[in-house]
Design a protein around this ligand. Sequence first.
Ligand SMILES: Nc1ncnc2c1ncn2[C@@H]1O[C@H](COP(=O)(O)OP(=O)(O)OP(=O)(O)O)[C@@H](O)[C@H]1O
Length: 242
Amino acid sequence: MKKEPVISIKNLNHYYGKGSLKKQILFDINLDIYPGEIVIMTGPSGSGKTTLLSLIGGLRSVQEGSLQFSGIELYGASQNKLVQIRRNIGYIFQAHNLLGFLTATQNVQMAVELNKTVSQSEAIAKSQAMLGAVGLQERASYYPDNLSGGQKQRIAIARALVNSPPLVLADEPTAALDKQSGRDVVEIMQGLAKEQGTSILLVTHDNRILDIADRIVEMEDGLLARDSQGTVTSPNPESQKS
Ligand SMILES: Nc1ncnc2c1ncn2[C@@H]1O[C@H](COP(=O)(O)OP(=O)(O)OP(=O)(O)O)[C@@H](O)[C@H]1O
């Protein structure tokens, strides 16, 4: 039985600029991502990775083609609908984007409290449990400035995964980290994602972490040049049949 994809992209094109300055950046992208899959996207600088990630994350409007998130079409979606969709996605960026005036717990708690039905005490308990899961229980009351890069990135992971979203998007999450911290961070992401059945799409130039992927896709000049689906261990048994 084949599961429905979390992300289904068909014939997607994207352009920047207007009139004579209009330039096509993405060309006929087709990509499906299935529940629980960890997909790594690589490719040279300027090949369109961040643009594609921001379209998938509902951070930009789809101009041409189809992009569905859990069966919901993003092409032509209103800003309100995009906001709703963003609530179902966890984001992890190179610059962790933590708020400096909030403690580790409060940074995670903010994400939990987007769900209005959760009480404050539940939100605190959930945030602390998640910080425990990323190995930061001792640092829950610290402010980001007093933590290392790797620890800050682990808070960002806790924040992205605390609501068990179906999809996490990560843009160069290890770029600012040393080898060991980078490794720790992706292994924590991988463990939590597998536990929760979350799909991860991770953009990276970091060759040291490619082995955590179920599948590697490569962008080149705005095209999906390579998709290793079925050749790397995939959690989707259907995709492994030849
Ligand atoms: N807001 C924008 N307006 C115009 N052009 C843009 C804009 N953002 C990106 N571009 C151009 O689109 C192309 C793709 O950029 P994008 O950031 O998606 O690539 P990337 O693969 O993520 O690169 P990197 O690995 O350096 O982050 C580049 O040529 C870039 O200069």
